[in-house]
Write a protein that binds this ligand. Sequence first.
Ligand code: AMP
Ligand code: MG
Length: 413
Amino acid sequence: MMLSVSCGAGAAGGKMAFVPTLSFADARACVIDRVTAARSIPGLDTVGLDCAAGRVLAREARADRDYPPLARSVRDGFAVRAADTPGQLTVAGEVRAGEIAASEVHAGEAIEIMTGAPVPSGADAIVMVEHVTRDGDRIDCPLAKQGQFINPQGCEARQDSVVIPVGKRLDYSTVAWLAAIGVTRAAVFRKPRVAILATGDEIVEPDQQPEPHQIRNSNVYSLAAQVARAGGEATILPVARDTRDLTRTGIELSLASDLLLLSGGVSAGKYDLVETVLAELGAEFFFDRVRIQPGQPLVFGRVQGKFFFGLPGNPASTMVTFELFARAALELLGGQSESSLFVTQATLSADFRHKPGLTRFLPAWLSSDGALTPVPWQGSGDVPALTRANAFLVATPDREEWKAGDLIQVLLK
Ligand code: AMP
Ligand code: MG
């Protein structure tokens, strides 16, 4: 199918019209573009620093003073004048972290200094204690370079400069920064509410004993975990059985949320009703197939102002398509300034081949020496194989073969 646009023309009004199939890159760009264009600024929460990690900053944070506020020693040793070195110097005093030196360093003098202490005036270098021989109040000092082992005032951040921008997802280092600049309560964006609706006549709950033709509902739990990890607030709805009415009721309930994740019912089968029901509810479809595996029959669109994903029901497809597409939508709706996929390269430990045409995301193990080994798997239903993986091997659609030792793309799990 030839397309001149990267992101679908869509369809609406109770009837499916033309909906495009996209490549992986075009589909991801489509999600990011559509959500970025349509999103509004989320509401605000205020949280203490002990609960701030994982939240998205809603007010830029500025440095309350220079960091460091004074030039600071980064070694235990002696504060000296570089021009006096090498040579014999007299130790004229001491300054420890938490103190200001009582006197300045005059010609021929050194002041003993501890890591973190402010550099006394007059000094322009620190000599490490290990590099000095001391005899009473005299030291034999090697050549010092001006500025060595000194962090100048303001070298980390200038007073009043923006140190954490709006839209940054906070992690342990940003939380530390907030504490350092005296922010005790952070303004963060409210978490997007995400409805998770599984469809299927064959689905029973995990606490039930399935008949041989039934299967336990695992997708809603993998999705809830992925939603939480991406900063959303998941609501798991009761499974919608494969009738138009029940699917419609489930989707209508989901509309109370900011984002809809619908699992199953998007393939070409007679009882795959999700797209039909969405169309009846007036949905626009941006794409309904992506040239990837797992997860080809993936639907993305908007219904009654809410973005939705129709994720294929096979568990690996559900998990992978969430990571590749829905996570970006969720992160952007949550006020993050950007959403990225951590794709890097690794060295294949064995030969690998696939049928070109699709971008494949296959379970793999990335070891600490950078070697990537595919995990044997039986296809999109193989959850146990995914539990043995810490990464996905990414096989691009335009290449058929890789040899052991070749670089190949890898997406961290
Ligand atoms: P579907 O996309 O609806 O055709 O579903 C494809 C297959 O995915 C089904 O046959 C089930 O084996 C599996 N599946 C669908 N929904 C779930 C679910 N909620 N939890 C676990 N597996 C599921
Ligand atoms: Mg189904």
